[in-house]
Each structure stands twice: as C-alpha cells, then as structure tokens.
Design a protein around this ligand. Structure first.
Ligand SMILES: [Zn+2]
Length: 483
C-alpha cells in the first residue's frame, strides 16, 4: 500500500432465483490443483441494485502440516465493515472513506459443507471476522478435504479496498480466505486499521464473475472465457499460484494493453490517464524483471478506482486512486512503481504483513527508489530519496526510534503517519544502508536469491537476515542486527 505522503490530511435480501442458481451451477470444476497448492473455485453474481454479491466457493484443501487438524479457520474481512464504531478506518478519515455517510458491509455465511456433508461452523472474533469450520474426524497430514461455502457479501458505499464509489466497485478482501497455519498455529489477526493487515498462502483460483453487461471488470488472473446472456456477462478467470483474488468493476473502464517480456500489462481507467499508467507500469515491470528476477505471470493489471488511500497491491492487479491520475505525474509514477514492486514483495514472496510489515513495505519502498535509479540515473534517485523519504523522516523525527524499525508489528501504530515514517521511510533507509555497507554486487545478489528462494512462499525477517549474512557476512549483520 502507499498513499500517505501526499495525502497527509487523509486525510434485502436477494432472492436466489432459479436463474441465478443455474448461473452458479453452470460452470463445473475444471481446473483442479496439481496438489502443490489449495484450489479455490468461486462463483460470484452481482446484484447491482443492492450491491450484494451472491457467491459459492469450493476450497480443495490439503493438510500439509505435520499434525491432524480438527478445524479450519477463514478470515471474513467484510465483517469488519459492519459497524461504524469498529470499521477499520481512522475516525478522521471516515468522511473521506464514506462520502455519503456510513453504510454497512458484511459477509453472511449461508451454508458450509465438508466433503459433501453439512458441517458445523461458527463465526468468531470481536466483529465476527473469523469463520471456524469443524473437520469432523480431523484431517490427517497429507489428506484432502473439500470445503463448500455459500455466502453473500454486502458492499458498503465506501471508497476503500472493499466497497463502491461513483465510478468503481472495489471487491478486495471479500471472500472466506483460509488463515495461515504456521509454527504459531492459526493466524487469526483481525482487520487492523493501519497497514495492509493480510497474510495468506499461495493457491490456485478459478473464478466465474457474473455482472450486468454494462460493467467492465479488472481482476486477478487470466480471462479464459466471456459469455453474454440476458443482460449479464460472465467472465471465467483462472489464476494459478497467487495468494489472493481481487476485482474491480466500472461502467466506464477503457482498457489498453501492452505486451512485454511474456506479460500482458493492462491499464483500466475511467479518467483518461490510462496511457500514462500503462507506460509507468511497463517500465516498472521491465525494471524489476531485470533487478529481482522475472515476473512469472501472464498478466498484470493497473486498475483505476475510487480509492482514498493512494495505491493497493493484489496479486496480478494494483488498485490506484483515481485522483492520482489527475495529480502531478511524478506521484502517479511513484505510486505505480511502488505497487508493481509489491508484485515481487508481498505477491510472489509473501510475508506476515501484520507482524512483520517491514519485510514487504521497507523493501517495496526501496524498490521504488531503485525504479527511479534504473530508469533515470543515480542523481534522480537521490533527489527522490531526499524529497520522498528523508524529508518524511526529518519532518517527524520524534516518531523514529532508530534501533527499533525492523521488528514493529502493525499493532505498534495507531496512525498512518507514524507507520509511514517508521516502516516505509526508515524501512527503506535500512536497505540503503545495507546496500552501502555490502556493495551493489552483493546487495542485488541478495535480492535475486531472496526472490528465487521464497517466491510462492512466505518468508520471515529472520530468513532475509540469514540470507543477507550468508551472502555478505558481518557487514550485513552489523547493519541488520542494529535495527
Ligand atoms: Zn506498499
């Protein structure tokens, strides 16, 4: 995510008719996983007048842990948007996020089956952002279960990651996504109001999206087929080895695209700035392909959206605030470079963004500087570093405890400014210092090896440090162990 510096003020029930049911059932399971990842097969139908999504989801889950699991946990992020008092938006940003006043958003679980049989389930957490599904005899290591969930999602009139505005419908962090099970057990962190409070595993997705045909849709994944029927359009989309699935819809999207290095870059915009966005995204993809290792996916989409926080990364798609297309070009370029860098750091190499946000944000912010250096030279990088990073640190010096940057969790922060100064700006400077200490050759070897070793996985800060020390010895340790 990025959006702080220039925005310092930051600032029904749908009857499930026979027609809808048939739409949900038309598309059979086609692409099962090769067994290395879980597979989500999701059907979405938008009821436009109520802004409700009727959905079904089939998760093919394999227990890759060493112990028997008696339950599975899923995040129900939309439930964070139920009540004004607990919505993950800062109080002074509520009027910006909800331009027409607060409106509720939620997810309602209607049915859960495990391997074809009705299963016990319950919601948990202060705002019911967790779903616990009981696994009747437990799933042993290596065993597979199919978890079917029927649910509906109410989109709020909110111009955040999740909701809708005048020009776009933003559907992100919206379906029951499996929590990560790691050495700490199930990670059940709620939707925190600062940072990008997400943590997930790479999975395969097959998603069918049905919307009134006046909408055009930008999404994670590759479009496999499009079908028109009775005023609706159904998009069949497949995405392999991604850690989330997001989509954005607009009646006014104009799509242009560019094919570079085995990737089609798409720019979907509604305010006329799509060409600039496409140029910046193309440059960013080429830059990071060269510096970190090749982007392995077929598509990358830049989606303009009604969005009050700058930019937000999702696998194979980035969400960019519409106003950035009208601001100075440098800000749009900065945002796009930052969000495209997240395709490497968050998308491909994942991490626990709640407890170790420096790992992706610090490196992504520094990668943004590398973009400017690669494309415009070392002097330009210095200027950008001075105006975007160092100035931010100098302005808010009181926030910085220099020996405690790397290991902050999101919970240490209760405002975006402090988070931005510590994790983004100081976080990027840790990389600058590391690079200066170990030299370019070893620093870029480190980034390339880190990418190669952890792509499609989740890395820890300790993994990054260990790799750095292996490559550059005590020069790296001296820097990284100081923060
Ligand atoms: Zn970011």
């Amino acid at each position: 995510m990025n959006g702080i510096r220039h925005r310092i003020t930051w600032t029904v029930i749908l009857l499930i008719s026979a027609i809808l049911t048939s739409i949900i059932l038309i598309y059979p399971v086609k692409y099962w996983t090769d067994g290395r990842h879980n597979t989500y097969i999701i059907n979405i139908h938008l009821n436009d007048s109520d802004k409700i999504l009727d959905c079904s989801q089939q998760l093919k889950y394999t227990n890759r842990e060493k112990e028997v699991l008696n339950e599975l946990y899923f995040h129900l992020y939309p439930n964070a948007f139920k009540k004004e008092e607990t919505v993950p938006v800062l109080k002074d940003e509520l009027s910006i996020a909800y331009p027409k006043g607060f409106s509720e958003g939620y997810i309602e679980i209607q049915e859960v089956k495990v391997s074809g049989r009705n299963s016990k389930y319950e919601t948990e957490g202060e705002t019911e952002t967790l779903l616990r599904v009981e696994m009747q005899k437990g799933i042993k290591p290596g065993e597979t279960a199919e978890v079917f969930i029927r649910f509906k999602v109410k989109l709020p009139h909110c111009i955040g990651r999740f909701g809708y505005g005048e020009n776009s419908i933003n559907i992100a962090n919206w379906y029951p996504i499996l929590c990560v099970y790691d050495e700490k057990g199930w990670n059940k962190d709620p939707y925190y109001l600062i940072g990008d409070p997400f943590y997930s595993e790479v999975s395969d997705y097959e998603v069918s999206i049905t919307m009134p045909d006046r909408y055009k849709v930008a999404h994670t994944g590759q479009l496999m087929d499009t079908r028109y029927e009775d005023g609706f359009c159904t998009y069949i989309v497949r995405a392999d080895k991604v850690r989330d699935f997001a989509l954005f819809a607009s009646e006014n999207y104009e799509q242009i695209e560019n094919r570079v290095a085995d990737t089609t870059i798409k720019s979907c915009s509604f305010s006329g700035g799509g060409e600039k966005a496409l140029i910046f995204a193309t440059k960013a993809l080429l830059t990071f392909n060269e510096l970190f290792g090749k982007y392995p996916y077929e598509v990358l989409t830049i989606a303009e959206s009604d969005f009050y926080v700058g930019g937000m990364e999702y696998p194979q798609i980035v969400q960019i605030d519409s106003t950035a297309y009208k601001d100075d070009e440098l800000w749009l370029e900065y945002l796009i470079a930052h969000e495209v860098a997240h395709q490497w750091w968050y998308g491909l190499v994942g991490n626990d963004e709640i407890n170790e946000p420096w790992l992706d944000e610090g490196l992504t912010e520094y990668s943004t500087l590398l973009y400017f250096e690669y494309n415009y030279g070392a002097e330009r990088k210095k200027e950008i570093m001075q105006s975007y990073i160092i100035r931010n640190i100098e302005l808010y010096e009181e926030y910085v405890n220099t020996d405690d940057i790397i290991y902050n969790s999101l919970y240490e922060f209760d405002d975006w400014r402090k988070y931005s100064v510590v994790i983004y700006s100081n976080g990027a400077m840790v990389h600058e210092k590391l690079r200066n200490a170990i030299g370019d050759k070893k620093y870029f070897t480190l980034l390339r090896k880190y990418f190669e070793k952890y792509k499609y996985k989740n890395a820890r800060i300790a993994d990054f440090i260990n790799l750095a020390v292996r490559i550059a010895g005590k020069n790296a340790a001296n820097i990284l162990n100081n923060y």
